[in-house]
Design a protein around this ligand. Structure first.
Ligand SMILES: Nc1nc2c(c(=O)[nH]1)N[C@H]1C(S)=C(S)[C@@H](COP(=O)(O)O)O[C@H]1N2
Ligand SMILES: [Mo]
Length: 422
C-alpha cells in the first residue's frame, strides 16, 4: 500500500524546513544549488524540475543519443537521449522483449564500465557496522534468482495526455513503447543488505548510478538516485547482472542494476555503484519534484512518491497502419500492470461501440505482461479506430480518460489507435 499522501506532504514540508535550517542533509545537493533550483522551479511554473528532460533533449543530437546499441528506425524511435521501442516490431517476438528491441531511458548517456573494476559499496547510518564492498565475482557467487519482469518508464504513454485529451504535460513524448519485459537474473537486494549488516533502524535504501551527474537549468542534481523504502528493498528487489540469459549490456546497466518489480522505471537504477542505507528518510530530486503527481486533482505539494506502474494495453501495430478490406487480419498486442496481473482484454474495432474479448496467450502473471490476439475482417474502407482495454485480477479496468498530472505520468486510459482500411 502506498503511504497516505497527506503524510508524505507533511513529511516533505518538514524535511524542507529542517533542511533550510541546515539540520537535514540534502542527500548530495548543495544548498545554494537547491535554492537556485527552487527559484527556477517557481519561474518555470510548478514543475521546473522536468527541465531535466528538456535539457537532455536540447543537448542531444539525434544521431548520437548516448546509447551504445544500434537503433534501427524500424525498431526504435529516438527521443533525445532515449529510444522508444516501436510496438509493431514486437509482433512475433515472444514473451520477452529481445534485448536489441528493449527501450532505453538515459538521463545522460550510457557509461562504459568494466565488471572487473566495478565495486558496489553499501554504506550509511542504517547499517550496524561500517561500509561493506562487493566485487562482481562476489556478487555472482551469492545465491541467484531469475524473474520475468517489466521495466517501464513512469512517463510511458505520456503523449496521449496531449494527443488524446488535449492537455499539456512536460517530459519525453513517449507513445506506449517505454516498456519491456526481460528475464532478469541476479541476487536479492535483501541478501546483500543483510550481508552488509542492515539494522532494524534502517528507513531508506538509496542506490546511485555511476552515469554522469545530471545538470538541469545549470543546477547539478548529482547522480541518478532515488530512495526505496526499506520495506520494498527487503521484499522483492533484485540486483541484476543478467538480462535474457546474457550479461547486462551497457545500455541496460552493465555490470549491475536494480530491478524493482512493478515500480516506476526510475526505481530500477542502472550501473549501480553504491547504496546508502539510511536511518532517516532521504530526499533527492527523483522522489520530490519528479516522480510525483502534481495538478488540479492532487494536493498542492503533489502526491506521494510514485511506486507502482499502472494498467496499459498496446497493439503490435504502427499508428496509422493500413489494413486490407475483406481480409482476415489478426490483431495482436500486449497488456500489463504494476498492480494485479491482467486477467482479461477486450478489443473494439469501431471506436468503442462494440467490444469482443481477445484471446490471452499467456497466463496472467504479476510484474509481466500478457500477449493477446483477436481476428478482424474489416468491411468498410476508410479510417477506423482500434481500442484495447485491459482488466486486472481485482476487476480494475482501463478508463476512457486518464486523470491529468503536469508531468504526464502513469497514463492509464484506453488508447485510440488509428488505422486505415484500404
Ligand atoms: N543510473 C541510471 N539509472 C536509471 C536511469 C538513468 O538515467 N540512470 N533511468 C531510469 C529510468 S527513468 C528508467 S524508465 C529505466 C529505464 O531502463 P532501461 O533503459 O534499461 O530500459 O532506468 C532507470 N534507471
Ligand atoms: Mo523513466
Amino acid at each position: 500500500m502506498a503511504p497516505d499522501p497527506s503524510d508524505e506532504i507533511a513529511y516533505d514540508r518538514r524535511r524542507l524546513r529542517q533542511w533550510a535550517r541546515g539540520r537535514a542533509r540534502s542527500a548530495g545537493l548543495e544548498r545554494r544549488d537547491l535554492l537556485k533550483l527552487f527559484a527556477a522551479v517557481s519561474a518555470a511554473g510548478p514543475l521546473g524540475l522536468t527541465a531535466t528532460e528538456a535539457a537532455a533533449r536540447e543537448s542531444t543530437d539525434a544521431a548520437s543519443p548516448g546509447i551504445v546499441k544500434p537503433l534501427p528506425p524500424e525498431v526504435f524511435t529516438v527521443r533525445g537521449t532515449n529510444a522508444e521501442t516501436n510496438f509493431a516490431s514486437l509482433r512475433g517476438t515472444g514473451l520477452l522483449t529481445p534485448t536489441d528491441h528493449f527501450f532505453v531511458r538515459n538521463h545522460t548517456a550510457t557509461p562504459r564500465i568494466d565488471a572487473a573494476d566495478w565495486r558496489l559499496k553499501v554504506w550509511g547510518g542504517g547499517l550496524t557496522g561500517g561500509p561493506v564492498e562487493f566485487g562482481y565475482d562476489e556478487l555472482r557467487a551469492l545465491p541467484s534468482v531469475s524473474r520475468t519482469l517489466f521495466v517501464e518508464c513512469a512517463g510511458n504513454g505520456r503523449s496521449f495526455y496531449t494527443t488524446q485529451q488535449g492537455q499539456q504535460v512536460t517530459g519525453t513524448a513517449w507513445t506506449l513503447g517505454a516498456v519491456g519485459v526481460a528475464r532478469w537474473r541476479g541476487v536479492r537486494l535483501a541478501d546483500v543488505l543483510h550481508r552488509a549488516g542492515i539494522g532494524r533502524h534502517a528507513v531508506d535504501v538509496l542506490p546511485r548510478g555511476l552515469d554522469d551527474e545530471v545538470v538541469s537549468n545549470g543546477v547539478n542534481l548529482g547522480r541518478v538516485r532515488r530512495p526505496l523504502p526499506v520495506t520494498k528493498a527487503l521484499d522483492d528487489v533484485l540486483l541484476a547482472y543478467e538480462m535474457n540469459g546474457e550479461p547486462l549490456p551497457p545500455d541496460h546497466g552493465h555490470p549491475v542494476r536494480v530491478i524493482a518489480p512493478g515500480w516506476v522505471g526510475i526505481s530500477s537504477v542502472k550501473w549501480v555503484g553504491d547504496i546508502e542505507v539510511s536511518d532517516e528518510p532521504l530526499y533527492t530530486p527523483w522522489n520530490t519534484d519528479m516522480y510525483r503527481l502534481f495538478g488540479a486533482a492532487y494536493p498542492p505539494g503533489g502526491s506521494a512518491p510514485l511506486t507502482r506502474q499502472t494498467l496499459k494495453s498496446a497493439f503490435e501495430l504502427a499508428s496509422g497502419a493500413t489494413l486490407p478490406a475483406h481480409r482476415r487480419t489478426v490483431l495482436t498486442g500486449r497488456s500489463w500492470s504494476g498492480g494485479a496481473p491482467v486477467r482479461r482484454v477486450d478489443v473494439s474495432t469501431d471506436a468503442g461501440s462494440t467490444w469482443r474479448r481477445a484471446r490471452l496467450h499467456d497466463a496472467p502473471r504479476r510484474g509481466s505482461w500478457v500477449r493477446w490476439s483477436t481476428p478482424w475482417v474489416p468491411h468498410e474502407r476508410g479510417p477506423a479506430v482500434l481500442l484495447a482495454r485491459a482488466t486486472d485480477a481485482t476487476g480494475r479496468v482501463q478508463p476512457p480518460t486518464a486523470v491529468h498530472n503536469t508531468q504526464g505520468y502513469l497514463f492509464d486510459a484506453v488508447v485510440r489507435h488509428p488505422v486505415t482500411v484500404v
